[in-house]
Ligand binder design. Structure first.
Ligand code: SF4
Ligand code: FES
Length: 249
């Protein structure tokens, strides 16, 4: 395959960015999207040009670090995959593909395709934990959890914090991420002691970071590689309301 990438290049957070076209030939349909960027970077480096900065780590859909907006869609055209799991067979030979960073006010562009997603970490730090006594590990079945409850908590816990939901949301809201984090702890018995304070603290952190409010548009869940559903947003609204009734916040 021969393709053209139109890549967002931006030297620093304060500099002006622009799309730059690069032709890449000899692309295998089995290459991942990130491998094409690797190949292009090798060629740029050998030519004495500055390689394209982009984030990646696990390259198997686990870490959440590889988000790119590809042809206007967070993580590209294939549903339920991260950018690192997207392969070139999803594109036509001769395709011209736009590659941009996540765009949302709290995600500053650091360089080229790399954005600072520290705001998501700070939301987790505000309440994404439980208090447990240290010491000997308790028996695994000491606190019974119904299978359906455990499954629901686990599904919410699969959120990898990639930020695609924010990039896709016209409001720049991180409500899907927030809902996943509040739900996976609030579902379980171990998460009950801080359930009220967690909901209030994490929502305050979300709003304080400059993320927008949720108006249930649903663009977030359409691009989420983990298939997190809108029900987690209803769940965090429920938890916030309950916390306010209990006098929290
Ligand atoms: S909810 Fe989905 S899209 Fe949003 S951060 Fe988590 S995994 Fe990524
Ligand atoms: S590099 Fe880890 S999810 Fe893509």
């Amino acid at each position: 395959m021969n393709i053209t990438l139109r890549v967002w290049r931006q030297d620093s957070p304060s500099s002006r960015g622009r799309l730059v076209s690069y032709g890449v030939d000899g692309v295998s349909p089995d290459m991942s999207f990130l491998e094409v960027l690797d190949t292009l970077n090798e060629r740029l480096t050998l030519a004495g040009d500055v390689p394209i900065a982009f984030d990646s780590d696990c390259r198997e859909g686990i870490c959440g670090s590889c988000g790119l907006v590809i042809d206007g869609v967070a993580h590209g055209p294939l549903p339920l995959v991260t950018t690192c799991q997207l392969h070139m067979r999803s594109f036509a030979d001769g395709a011209v593909i736009d590659v941009e960073p996540w765009r949302a006010a709290p995600f500053t562009v650091v360089k080229d395709l790399v954005v600072d997603r520290g705001a998501l970490d700070r939301i987790i730090a505000a309440g994404g934990y439980i208090s447990v006594p240290t010491g000997a590990a308790p028996d695994a079945h000491a606190v019974p959890v119904a299978k359906a409850t455990a499954d629901h908590a686990f599904d919410a816990a699969t959120c990898i914090g990639c930020g695609a939901c924010v990039a896709a949301c016209p409001n720049g809201s991180a409500a899907l991420f927030l809902g996943a984090k509040i739900t996976h702890l609030g579902d379980l018995p171990q998460g009950q002691p801080e359930r009220d304070s967690r909901a209030i603290s994490m929502v305050e952190a979300h709003d304080g970071e400059g993320f927008g409010g949720c108006t249930q548009i649903g663009e977030c869940t359409a691009v989420c590689p983990q298939g997190i559903g809108l029900d987690v947003i209803s769940r965090y609204h429920h938890d916030v309301l309950a916390a306010l009734i209990h006098g929290e916040g």
